[in-house]
Write a protein that binds this ligand. Structure first.
Ligand SMILES: [Zn+2]
Length: 188
């Protein structure tokens, strides 16, 4: 699956050439869209139709803990699920990954760790339910780069903001250059 909107970004190119799909973020906050959506999608129904999802309290706590542990840099990782979130799948566990960019402004999932995680998911018949990263000093909204590098229309993008006194996580679907917020509920 190639993305026609791929940015002329060295990291992206390296990722493409290595055959590993990497994710990267930068902190230019973009307003979630809603208006001006002239890009009516022709792709099959995906996660963008989601209105709300739930994750367990312990999983939520793991996300916050990892975001805090990686500070001052952005944190990243994958959430495994029994099925894709768009098909009603549930998040089962969190795989924390090293931010190879070691930056407060962007993230790049460590290629080796990401590959290992994907193999691990395959073996366990699990899927990428969600893609997690943190914003250390900005809101939990997707950045322009987050949108440009959003290759997983079937996944949920979870962003933890550490900008406020209380760290918090918000969930988004990113597809066709559009961000749609999905209400994230914490289940007991
Ligand atoms: Zn980001």
């Amino acid at each position: 699956m190639t993305d026609p909107r791929r940015p002329p970004d060295e990291a992206w190119r390296e990722a493409a050439e290595s055959g590993t799909r990497l994710l990267e973020g930068r902190q230019e906050v973009v307003r979630p869209s809603g208006a001006g959506g002239q890009t009516e999608s022709a792709v099959p129904a995906h996660a963008s139709s989601l209105r709300s999802v739930a994750i367990s309290r312990s999983l939520h706590a793991e996300l916050l803990a990892w975001a805090l542990a990686c500070r001052p840099n952005e944190a990243c990782g994958l959430l495994a699920g029994d099925r894709p979130v768009a098909s009603g799948g549930r998040a089962t566990r969190f795989l924390a990954l090293r931010n190879a960019a070691e930056s407060p402004y962007r993230y790049l999932m460590d290629p080796q760790e990401q590959l290992g995680a994907m193999l691990d998911l395959d073996e366990g018949d699990e899927v990428v339910w969600g893609i997690f990263h943190s914003h250390v000093a900005s809101s939990a909204e997707p950045s322009v780069t987050d949108l440009g590098l959003a290759f997983y229309a079937d996944s949920l993008y979870l962003i933890c903001s550490l900008a406020d006194r209380e760290p918090h996580v918000r969930a988004w679907t990113l597809s066709d250059g559009q961000a749609n917020e999905v209400l994230l509920r914490i289940a007991d």
